[in-house]
Design a protein around this ligand. Structure first.
Ligand code: APR
Length: 320
C-alpha cells in the first residue's frame, strides 16, 4: 500500500517540527509548502538526512507551488504571520485571513479529499474561514487548539500532583484565547475528578485556580520566554495526534475547533468541543452537559470567537 501523503502548508517553526515528528512516527511522506523560497526545500532535505540515523522511511519534499500538495491525505496549515509589536489583533486577522484565502484555494484545487487541520491564529476564526474558502465538507476541516491547551493543563496538573502525565486526563474547551474553558469537573487523575481530589486534601481550590489561569495564558508564557517567537514543539505534537487519529482511524476523543451546526445551541461556528476523529474526519461531536458556571464561561468564550468572525465578515462579506 502506498504511503500516506501529508502536506504542510507553512514551513516555519511549527511546519518544520511537524515534518520531523511525522518522519519519526512514519506517518507518511511529507510535502512542505511555503511562499519563502528555499525554506521548505532546506527543511525537507535536513530532515530527510536525519532518516538514516533515526531509521525511518519517508520521502520529504519542499515546494513553492500548490501543485506539489496534489492528492494529499492530510493538510496541516500553519501559513501566516505572527503578531508583531505594534500590530493589532485586527491587523493580524486581516493579513492571515488573506493567507487562508490563498491556502483554501490551493487545497480546493489540489487536495479536495484531504483532512485539513488548521493551526494559524487567531485559530477559531481562521479555521472557520479556511473551511469556507476551501469548500471542503465541514467534518473534514478542524482547528488545533484544545489538544494543546489540554496538554498544558495536564502537564501543570501532573506537576502539582507529582504523578505521571499519562495518568492525568483533562479537557479544555471553547475558543483558543484567554477565555478558554478548562473543565475542572471533567479532568481527572487516574479517573478521580479534580473536585474529589480537593476533598481528599491532595490539592486546594486555590492551587487549581492558579493552574487554570496558567493554562489560559500558556501561549503567552512561552512568547514571554522566547521573546522572538511562539510555541512550536507542543503545537506540532498536538496536530500530529489529530492527524494520526484520522489516518489510523483511531477514533480518539480530542478537543478540537469543530464546525457546529446546532450542537451546543450554535450554528455556523467553529469552537473547541470534544470530537471523535476517525477515517471520516470529525465523526461525532460530543455534547457535554455544562453546569451553570461552565455554561457562562463557554458563552463568554464563544462571544470572543464571534467577535473575530464578525471582523472577518467585514473584510470578506462573501464568507457569510
Ligand atoms: N502562504 C504560505 N505560507 C506562508 C504565507 C502564505 N501566504 N504567508 C506566510 N507563510 C509562511 C511563512 O513564510 C512562514 O514560513 O508561514 C510560515 C509561518 O511560520 P512561522 O512564522 O515560523 O510561524 P509558526 O511558529 O510556525 O506558527 C504558525 O501557528 O500557532 C500559530 O500563531 C501561530 O499563526 C501562527 C502559526
Amino acid at each position: 500500500m502506498a504511503r500516506n501523503k501529508i502536506a504542510l502548508i507553512g514551513s516555519g517553526m511549527i511546519g518544520g517540527t511537524l515534518a520531523h515528528l511525522i518522519g519519526l512516527k512514519e506517518l507518511g511522506d511529507v510535502v512542505l509548502f511555503d511562499i519563502a523560497e528555499g525554506t521548505p526545500q532546506g527543511k525537507a532535505l535536513d530532515i530527510a538526512q536525519s532518516s538514516p540515523v533515526e531509521g525511518f522511511d519517508a520521502k520529504l519534499k519542499g515546494v513553492n507551488e500548490y501543485a506539489g500538495i496534489e492528492g494529499a491525505d492530510v493538510c496541516i496549515v500553519t501559513a501566516g504571520v505572527p503578531r508583531k509589536p505594534g500590530m493589532s489583533r485586527d491587523d493580524l486577522l486581516g493579513i492571515n485571513l488573506r493567507v487562508m484565502e490563498q491556502v483554501g484555494a490551493g487545497i480546493k484545487k489540489y487536495a479536495p479529499n484531504a483532512f485539513v487541520i488548521c493551526i494559524t491564529n487567531p485559530l477559531d476564526a481562521m479555521v472557520w474561514a479556511l473551511q469556507k474558502f476551501s469548500g471542503l465538507a465541514p467534518e473534514k476541516v478542524v482547528g488545533m487548539a484544545g489538544v494543546l491547551d489540554s496538554a498544558r493543563f495536564r502537564l501543570f496538573l501532573a506537576e502539582e500532583f507529582g504523578v505521571s502525565v499519562e495518568d492525568v486526563s483533562a479537557m479544555t474547551l471553547g475558543g483558543h484565547g484567554d477565555d478558554m474553558v478548562p473543565l475542572i469537573r471533567y479532568s481527572t487523575v487516574a479517573g478521580i475528578p479534580l473536585p474529589d481530589l480537593v476533598k481528599m486534601g491532595w490539592t486546594t481550590q486555590e492551587k487549581l485556580d492558579a493552574i487554570v489561569e496558567r493554562t489560559r495564558k500558556g501561549g503567552g508564557e512561552i512568547v514571554g520566554l522566547l521573546k522572538t517567537g511562539s510555541a512550536y514543539y507542543a503545537p506540532a505534537a498536538s496536530a500530529v495526534a489529530m492527524a494520526e487519529s484520522y489516518l489510523k482511524d483511531k477514533k480518539r476523543v480530542l478537543p478540537c475547533a469543530a464546525h457546529l451546526s446546532g450542537q451546543y445551541g450554535l450554528n455556523d461556528t467553529y469552537v473547541g468541543v470534544p470530537v471523535v476523529i476517525g477515517a471520516g474526519g470529525v465523526e461525532k461531536i460530543v455534547e457535554i452537559a455544562f453546569n451553570k458556571d461552565e455554561q457562562a464561561m463557554f458563552e463568554k468564550s464563544v462571544q470572543a470567537v464571534s467577535g473575530l468572525t464578525d471582523a472577518c465578515l467585514k473584510i470578506v462579506p462573501a464568507l457569510a
